[in-house]
Design a protein around this ligand. Structure first.
Ligand code: B12
Ligand code: SF4
Length: 517
């Protein structure tokens, strides 16, 4: 049977990284089937084109995975596939929480023939076999023979054949700059960011987060050996194709067990398996100097930190009191001293926020080492404790906000400001952090470091700008480059002064954006 795994586009930014679930399920598919992968962010498709594709390719089963914000598009695509006479199975965090919605049992129309609840590592082979036999069931739950929920142990972990997988759709370097970069330095034919997990689960249970409910509070780790092997495979591929590969460790809290993280990092160093990587780690775990030393030595370049707020009352409200705003600056300095920088994520529209929260936060940020601040709005995702609290209090203004996804729009009223005021605070956060002046300042603040770091932060800031300010087409990019021409010329001048080769870092560290940890 020919199987298509499809991930819808997020409708806002171009994806910079493939989704791990597709590669994982592909690796877990029983032999004898052909699995095709399409990420709508890299290969845009509409309803008509997916219907045509499944007919022309004679696809027998389509698997669709989506986060809440892409679910409306996922349903539309699923409807088109089903109308073409092909079965659809859906999985991922949204349909796990709202399986009835996908199956049309909540009064709406049906979008999926089957839903895979939770982690599908063990149910996927069964789904494929049932689909082939024509006996697909409505729901596949990861349970043992006694009906108890069973989470995959991740030991053993499937081998994802990164050396063979076609990754043509995932090259971050735009076609026009490739010939130029090839001239400047060897090894710049491609630049890929690849997701790797080393463990699953987070015990912290922050109120707005899906992770503890979905993956559970008991953490499961792969063996160090299997992670190291995967990194070596990726490193070899980068060498072979004359390109760069960076890794995003997608664990929700990469250092949740500090002892184990240190042991993994030591093994990565010992095996010379370092690639440049990004990981998510909560600020409280970055107090450990030895951990930060090992992060830097093992190739860590960017750490995503879910700071959420500089107000301890807000943090206590959302059960994230383990974040201590008083230590944010110390943590960021500790990282920056080792040339590791931070993606600092903030949420506005929290219950203790008042107008002016953006400027108060920016004032703090300006005292920190240059990084990548990102700003989002408090969003009640289905089945989170936050959703339940707001629903019980009658505060949801758009209880099914995912059915009509609007980027950067609240779905409930905050307590101490209006929805419009919250939206405005987010706008202020982005506008101030990603204006040409702010970008130039961030680049200049690294003037004591080699030029590569300045180029790195410049490219990363330009990419991150696109999370809020639409930057999808060539013209939008051209406009952004024109607006930032002062910084570009400055960097070019510095590059020629120091020699062209000095201008290119060994691998531009990859930018990312999400919320968690
Ligand atoms: C990596 C990541 C991202 C990446 C993008 C995704 C990518 N390219 O990999 C980035 C960094 C861009 C990102 C951004 C965001 N993210 Co994010 N992200 C993650 C993260 C950390 C890892 C995803 C992952 O690969 N997990 C590991 C795989 C193995 O798990 P999985 O995807 O769930 O797949 C398993 C099952 O769900 C199932 N499955 C999944 N799909 C399918 C499909 C089929 C057919 C089947 C059968 C099974 C199946 O099988 C898989 C194996 O068990 C998760 C948290 C987490 N731990 O999952 C959050 C998470 C998915 N993100 C989340 C959110 C909210 C966001 C943002 C909206 C945050 C923000 N405020 O901006 C943005 C929006 C993204 C956008 N613009 O598109 C939420 C989603 C919650 C929800 N209900 O939708 C999560 C769960 C984190 C959280 N804090 O709650 N994110
Ligand atoms: S926000 Fe981060 S620390 Fe909190 S529960 Fe989610 S993954 Fe864990």
């Amino acid at each position: 049977m020919k199987i298509l795994l499809y991930n819808p586009d997020n409708g806002v930014t171009r994806n910079f990284m493939p989704h791990l679930w597709m590669f994982l399920l592909q690796a877990l598919t029983p032999p004898g089937h052909e699995v095709l992968l399409i990420d709508g962010n890299a290969q845009p498709m509409d309803e008509a084109s997916i219907a045509r594709f499944v007919r022309e390719q004679n696809i027998g089963l389509v698997g669709i995975g989506a986060m809440t914000r892409m679910i409306a598009k996922a349903y539309r695509m699923a409807d088109a596939v089903r109308a073409a006479g092909v079965k659809v199975v859906m999985g991922g965090p949204h349909v796990t929480e709202l399986a009835d919605e996908a199956l049309g049992r909540d009064g709406g129309s049906r979008h999926a023939d089957a839903v895979a609840l939770g982690e599908a590592d063990e149910t996927w082979p069964r789904i494929v076999e049932d689909a082939e036999r024509g006996t697909l069931k409505d729901i596949y739950a990861p349970v043992d023979d006694f009906g108890q929920e069973r989470k995959p142990s991740l030991q053993p972990y499937p081998e994802i054949p990164w050396d063979k997988i076609k990754l043509d759709q995932f090259n971050l370097l735009p076609g026009i700059v490739q010939p130029l970069l090839k001239r400047v330095g060897a090894g710049w034919g491609t630049f890929r960011l690849v997701p790797v997990e080393s463990g699953r689960g987070c015990p912290y249970g922050c109120e707005f987060c899906t992770v503890t409910g979905f993956f559970g509070d008991s953490i499961r780790f792969r063996t160090n050996e299997s992670v190291v092997k995967e990194l070596l495979l990726l490193k070899a591929r980068a060498r072979e194709e004359g390109g760069q590969i960076a890794v995003f460790f997608i664990d929700d809290n990469f250092a949740i067990n500090v002892k184990r993280t240190k042991s993994l990092l030591r093994d990565i160093i010992a095996a010379n398996a370092q690639v440049h990587w990004v990981a998510q780690i909560s600020a409280n775990l970055l107090r450990d100097e030895e951990l930060v030393d090992l992060i830097a030595a093992a190739g860590g370049k960017w750490i995503f930190i879910g700071m959420e707020s500089i107000d301890p009352a807000n943090l206590a409200d959302v059960k994230k009191g383990f974040n201590k705003p008083g230590e944010y600056a110390v943590v960021l300095d500790r990282l920056a001293r080792r040339n590791v920088f931070a993606i600092t994520s903030f949420i506005f529209g929290m219950d203790n926020d008042t107008p002016g929260v953006a400027e108060r936060t920016l004032k703090e940020i300006r005292t920190w080492p240059a990084g990548l601040p990102i700003f989002g709005l408090m969003t009640p995702l289905p089945a989170t404790p936050l959703y339940k609290r707001l629903e019980a209090a009658g505060r949801l203004t758009r209880p099914k906000h995912w059915q009509e996804f609007i980027p950067f729009a609240m779905a409930h009223t905050p307590l101490k400001m209006s929805i419009e005021e919250a939206h405005n605070e987010v706008r202020i956060g982005w506008a101030n952090s990603y204006s040409p002046e702010a970008i130039e300042k961030a680049v200049d603040s690294l003037s004591h470091k080699p030029l590569g770091y300045r180029i790195n932060i410049f490219i990363a800031r330009l990419c991150f700008r696109g999370i809020y300010f639409p930057q999808m087409g060539r013209f939008a990019w051209l406009k952004a480059l024109l607006e930032n021409r002062r910084t570009i010329f400055k960097l070019i001048r510095q590059g020629f002064r120091g020699g062209l080769h000095a201008a290119v870092p060994s691998a531009v560290s990859a930018p990312v954006a999400k919320s968690g940890s």
